[in-house]
Design a protein around this ligand. Structure first.
Ligand code: NAP
Length: 436
């Protein structure tokens, strides 16, 4: 059995490739079932976010398993092998474990240390458990990744400063506004007529950062009005005008800065829509949706400046230096957590021998108990028989405790294997059956 991860991220693929691989929650069960149907795949779970699609898996054979997952990704995305392969990465065993720990901690994120990734890793665990695609190995690994993400955020300053894709999007708007005025710096958005399309988690963060950056008011559009109204109620100090998504044309005609962050599968704004509108002279669009909410052809429309999630690199790189030092502190925690998991994984080698030892002693216990009980005759009550049985089980458990702990304790592989051989020889345990 081998742990592996296959996928792509903002480091290896542009948004136009990433959006083709995105797996929404509604189709996650089908994807997990398809993957579980492959004879190479023993356990599997999928991390699908705007910046990455990663498939964590336990496979029978590393190369064949990784190839099966890559084939799935090719079919799922509809991309030809030669178009997809250059963007895919794969890691095996300790590298896969170390990669997951980095991802959960936010060290592999576009915005270093952002907090949303931890919720997304938790979601991967929940979906893997709900759809029963994970077994004990991935359960242990992914649960430990979640606790590592929490640990890094509580033991270092990585999580402080409320960093997110949304805060970077607001900063990009400030930077672009500054640049349009000939200043290469972040400027106040006070003068802008701002709209946010979508009322989910990312839009909530957008409103938080817009408020913090001096925005004087926001038009908030959403498919479901009630959700927009409920979100706006959480910002009593920010004037928010809630509108239905049916007013998108009005919004695009009147606003100067529009953020889009909906989970729509297809673009909701394209060049054809924008050219038919009577717009004010200039419109800046910042789209953090993946799949993108704004079609790439809008760049051709005069008076439009459009940015997608990949353009956030420009602001992110300006802020990262200070966070790099904190990231180095986090690496220490990640290395320790990776080592702990790998020690647990190595200790699994002892499990078949321990199980056979336990079964052997249990057989002796059951046989001897049976003989003793038959010698006792009818004078003993059921309660007394139960006491004798519990006594026999207690003795076996006590005898096994120390050797089992020793066999599973962290140690070099040759030493563990030698200890296992000794136990198998002393107790005449049958050789394990090879798994076909
Ligand atoms: N979560 C993250 O960390 C993160 C980071 C960066 C980018 N993103 C991207 O940002 C977008 C929003 O993410 P989120 O986490 O905020 O999602 P979310 O909390 O699930 O909210 C989804 C929003 O999209 C709207 N929506 C869904 N389907 C729609 C459709 N077909 N047409 C119009 N509106 C639709 C929903 O409207 P209703 O209220 O009417 O359902 C809701 O406002 C996604 O594309 C995501 O990939 C997310």
């Amino acid at each position: 059995m081998h742990i592996a991860v296959v996928g792509l991220s903002h480091r290896t693929a542009p948004v136009e490739i990433r959006e083709k691989l995105s797996i929404p929650e509604q189709t996650m069960e089908t994807s997990l079932q398809t993957l579980r149907g492959d004879e190479q795949v023993l356990e599997v779970s999928i991390l699908s976010t705007c910046n990455r699609l990663e498939i964590y898996t336990l496979v029978r054979h590393p190369e064949r398993g990784i190839s099966a997952i890559s084939d799935f990704l090719g079919k799922h995305s509809g991309l030809a092998k030669e178009d997809l392969s250059p963007h895919l990465f794969n890691y095996h065993h300790d590298e896969a474990v170390a990669h997951l720990m980095r991802v959960a901690a936010g060290l592999d994120s576009l915005v270093l240390g952002e907090g949303q990734i931890l919720s997304q890793v938790k979601k991967m665990v929940r979906l893997g458990q709900e759809h029963k695609s994970m077994g004990p190995i991935l359960n242990r690994l992914l649960t430990q990744a979640v606790s590592t993400g929490k640990r890094v955020r509580s033991e270092t300053n990585l999580g402080t400063g409320a960093v997110s894709i949304s805060s970077a999007a607001v900063e990009l708007a400030q930077l672009k506004l500054g640049q349009s005025r000939g200043e290469d710096q972040l400027v106040s958005l006070e003068s802008e007529l701002v709209a946010v399309v979508g009322a989910g988690r990312m839009s909530r963060l957008l409103l938080q950062h817009l408020q913090a950056k001096g925005c004087s008011g926001v038009m908030l559009l959403n498919r479901t009005m009630q959700r927009a109204e409920s979100l706006s109620a959480d910002f009593p100090d920010l004037p928010v005008e809630c509108r239905s998504l049916d007013d998108l044309n009005h919004c695009l005609s009147t606003c100067s800065l529009v953020f889009t962050s909906t989970a729509a599968d297809d673009p909701i704004v394209d060049a054809a829509l924008l050219t038919q509108l009577k717009r004010r002279s200039f419109l800046r669009l910042i789209d953090i949706g993946v799949p993108r909410n704004i079609a790439s052809d809008v760049a051709e429309v005069p008076g439009i400046e459009a940015h997608d999630v990949d353009d956030l690199h420009e602001v992110v790189s300006r802020n990262q230096e200070a966070r790099q030092q904190i990231a180095r502190e986090a690496e220490v925690v990640l290395q320790e957590e990776t080592r702990l998991f790998l020690e647990w994984w190595d200790s699994l080698e002892a499990v078949p021998t321990i199980n056979r030892l336990r079964a052997s002693l249990e057989a002796i216990r059951a046989e001897e108990l049976q003989k003793a009980l038959s010698r006792m005759g009818p004078d003993f009550s059921a309660r007394e028989r139960k006491v004798v049985e519990a006594l026999s089980k207690g003795i076996i458990n006590k005898i096994l405790h120390t050797p089992v702990t020793q066999l599973r304790a962290p140690q070099a592989r040759p030493e563990r294997q030698e200890a296992l051989r000794v136990v198998e020889c002393l107790f005449e345990l049958d050789a394990p059956q090879e798994d076909g």
